[in-house]
Design a protein around this ligand. Structure first.
Ligand code: ASP
Length: 342
């Protein structure tokens, strides 16, 4: 288990160098740069000066490996869209990440069902929902975006489309996840959110800005563990789990998808940034909307992550425990998001 605020993978001068991050083009957004913050504040509450571009951010600690793969594309001047697809494919293929792709925990009937979406700098989007037996839903979502007149394919239609396009059919339920499901069946107690130690959720959502200053985002998940068969969460819903507006910035989500969908969270956050809010404040406001309509907010977890196009990063969650990974030429960091204080 990683420890909080740990500097995990250094590719450069690391934390100290973050203090030299340039101002970027915050003025393009009609905003004044925010006041200087202490070095640690800039990192742990990264609402100060923009980070150097190119930049990739993603949810949770599995974002560190995903960022590294995305970085290989970004550092060579590649497109953010390619980076966010390749990055999350690492997580989809990792059987130890039991909330995404291969090895994901199944629904209550034992089926691994996957949701995913992708969005590029032109505002194009593609998504798949309730997809089974295909390891890389993110790449199927990209194919839907690029090769069909549609945005979203679901279920059998999405699976047939994937197979017609050469994606192999695979059994995604690992022995470990099967055992966890069998264990769960003994009580069949269902709670959408459980503390962070529980692998029942932890979608990977990723946002990147490339050297051309273009943004893209991706999101992929096996959804909430032991969900009802047929349940689809926020992760394939453009505007809920993910939204990219190249003029402004991008936002993405993890957590109880029903709450994200009901507040159209990522679109809301990007629109708030368009009106001049920093990514950090916009993420906080996104969380406030959920808390405000939920007397039982202590039983819900949602985490938001956002970047504006100048490279400022924001992250906010309801419960403590949501971590996110940030990578640029100065390093790959795992950080704690701020949380709602009540
Ligand atoms: N947002 C996902 C869903 O509701 C769960 C997660 O983030 O792990 O399906």
């Amino acid at each position: 288990m990683t420890t909080r605020r740990e500097f995990l993978i250094g590719t450069g001068a690391g934390i100290a160098a973050l203090g030299t991050a340039r101002l970027g083009n915050a003025q393009d957004l009609g905003q004044r740069p925010e006041p200087e913050l202490g070095l640690i504040d800039k990192i742990v509450h990264p609402q100060g000066r923009p980070l150097r571009l190119p930049l990739v951010v993603s949810t949770w600690d599995h974002g560190l490996a995903a960022n590294q793969s995305a970085w290989e594309i970004l550092k060579d001047g590649g497109r953010a869209l390619d980076a966010v697809e390749q990055g999350v494919r690492v997580t989809e293929a990792d059987p130890e990440v039991r909330s995404v792709g291969y090895g994901g925990l199944p629904d209550r009937e034992g089926n691994v069902t996957l949701d995913s979406c992708i969005m590029d700098e032109t505002g194009n989007a593609g998504s798949v929902a309730f997809l089974q037996n295909i390891m890389h839903p993110i790449s199927v979502a990209r194919k839907v975006m690029e090769d069909t007149p549609h945005v979203m394919l679901v279920g059998e239609g999405a699976r047939h489309f994937a197979m017609d396009n050469g994606f192999p059919e695979e059994d995604l339920l690992t022995e470990k996840s099967r055992r966890t499901w069998k264990e769960w069946l003994k009580t069949s107690e269902y709670k959408p959110w459980a503390p962070a130690s529980d692998p029942a959720h932890d979608t990977i959502s990723m946002l990147a800005i490339d050297k051309q200053n273009n943004l893209s985002g991706s999101c992929t998940t096996s959804g909430l563990a032991f969900k009802m068969h047929g349940r689809v969460g926020d992760s394939p819903i453009i505007g809920a789990s993910l939204f990219v507006d190249n003029e402004v910035g991008a936002a993405c989500a993890t957590g109880v998808g029903e709450e994200v969908m009901k507040t159209v969270g990522s679109f809301l956050i990007v629109e708030l940034m368009r009106q001049g809010m920093s990514p950090q404040k916009a993420c906080r406001e996104g969380i406030r909307r959920i808390v405000a309509r939920n007397p039982d907010w202590r039983d819900v977890q949602v985490g938001y992550l956002a970047v504006d196009r100048s490279g400022r990063v924001g992250a906010f969650c309801i419960q403590p425990g949501f971590q996110f990974s940030v990578m640029n030429e100065q390093g790959n960091l795992l950080l704690d998001a701020e949380h709602w204080e009540g």
